[in-house]
Ligand binder design. Structure first.
Ligand code: 5GP
Ligand code: ZN
Length: 111
């Protein structure tokens, strides 16, 4: 299977790593949409958040805990966490990833 984020987990493709433990890594998005735009991903491949939730709810929770930790380290006054699920919602990489966005005012509702 050819998966970009699995390649990042394996170190085959470089990434600006922000956090790592046994089950999760976080790294800067290559095309940031905010001053902080970090992707938090499970090391194990799941296609999207629903598949991750169905198979490993603990790691799903951990993604949010890591996002909160990074937001704290960067002293964000507020932040947004997003999973895009499906191409129609803008998902382009089919390895579950939580977007952490912050450092600017964020419009609601998002586009
Ligand atoms: P999606 O559109 O699937 O929700 O999010 C995929 C994200 O991955 C996008 O924000 C995109 O900028 C980011 N991305 C795509 N390729 C790479 C890459 O090679 N390295 C990093 N760090 N981010 C990437
Ligand atoms: Zn993968």
């Amino acid at each position: 299977m050819n998966c970009l984020f699995c390649s990042i987990v394996e170190g085959k493709i470089p990434a600006s790593k922000v956090y790592e433990n046994d089950s999760v890594i976080a790294f800067d998005d290559i095309n940031p949409q905010a001053p902080t735009h970090v992707l938090v991903i499970p090391k194990t491949h799941y296609e999207n958040a629903a598949e991750l939730a169905a198979n490993d709810a603990q790691t799903l929770g951990e993604l949010f805990a890591v996002a909160h930790k990074v937001a704290g380290e960067r002293s964000l006054s507020g932040y947004r966490t997003v999973f895009n699920t499906g191409a129609d919602a803008g998902q382009t990489v089919f390895h579950a990833h939580l977007h952490l966005l912050g450092g600017r005012s964020l419009n609601w509702p998002p586009g």
